[in-house]
Write a new protein. Structure first.
Length: 177
């Protein structure tokens, strides 16, 4: 979860106690979902979900209290939005996109974090760092196709090396979609 990284920064570097509390609430939510999955449930019990969401919202409210909006500018009228702190911007995103941030509570197929997506992109960035760029669009497409195939095999628990060997001899394994 990208927001966890930002919350850790706010907690550790900016001494924002609400951020540390929110990390605790989110990790408790993750644990509750994991326990529900292990118990064979397809969703959290409604009362438990409501309690967790109420704690999330209370922690966001504490964050707003600790980070009030900036004072209005002096009589000079400026266009656009007033600059806010990074903490306040994070709070607004977490509040505005609460349904998306907490989607993992209602849909157990949605992962808690986006580590798999970040891992998929990491190899592209490594290739860019090593080579500086792709020499052609065709090369970039081939790289992306191979990395996507490998990623899909891993996510479905298939043997990557044997699948690549089969593909090279003309009998590729087709992962399920």
């Amino acid at each position: 979860m990208h927001h966890l990284r930002e919350l850790k920064y706010q907690a550790e570097e900016k001494q924002q106690t609400w951020a540390l509390d929110l990390i605790g609430v989110l990790l408790e939510m993750k644990q509750a979902v994991q326990q529900a999955k292990e118990a064979g449930l397809t969703c959290l019990p409604p009362e438990h979900r409501c309690t967790l969401v109420a704690r999330y919202e209370a922690t966001i409210a504490a964050g707003y209290a600790a980070n009030p909006p900036p004072d209005p500018p002096p009589k000079v009228i400026k266009r656009g939005r007033r600059a806010q702190s990074k903490a306040r911007n994070l709070l607004e995103r977490l509040c505005k996109h609460q349904d998306a941030v907490l989607r993992f509570l209602d849909d157990f197929a949605v992962p808690f974090d986006n580590n798999l997506a970040e891992q998929d992109l990491r190899m592209v960035k490594v290739q860019q760092k090593v080579s500086g760029c792709f020499r052609s669009e065709q090369g970039a497409q081939a790289f992306a196709r191979i990395r996507g195939y490998i990623s899909t095999l891993r996510k479905q628990g298939m043997q990557v090396l044997s699948a690549l060997e089969m593909a090279l001899v003309g009998h590729p394994i087709s992962p399920a979609f």
